[in-house]
Design a protein around this ligand. Structure first.
Ligand SMILES: [Zn+2]
Length: 87
């Protein structure tokens, strides 16, 4: 990669107990999605028919103490889990 390479937007999938969201735009995300094209319904910040930011999820992180590293690995075995939690 050179500096002139157009970087793909990436984000962390922040997983909570009942919903998950995108670290880039902070809107709801669907756990099964590889890219943030859809905003999860029911998320407080989501407007109707709102589209996601399109970022590619490159990792997962838990926002709930009850959701362990193993839980996230189980949910998304294709993504690495960040130990950092944030909300
Ligand atoms: Zn997003």
């Amino acid at each position: 990669m050179t500096e002139s390479t157009l970087q793909e937007q990436t984000a962390t999938l922040l997983v909570g107990a009942y919903r998950s969201r995108c670290s880039h735009c902070q809107k709801g995300a669907l756990l099964s999605d590889t890219h943030h094209h859809r905003v999860a319904p029911g998320y407080p910040r989501a407007q109707r028919q709102e589209a996601g930011c399109g970022a590619r999820f490159t990792a997962t992180a838990s926002t709930e103490i009850s959701l362990t590293h193993a839980d996230l690995t189980d949910l998304r075995p294709d993504l690495p889990v960040l130990s950092q939690t944030r909300d």
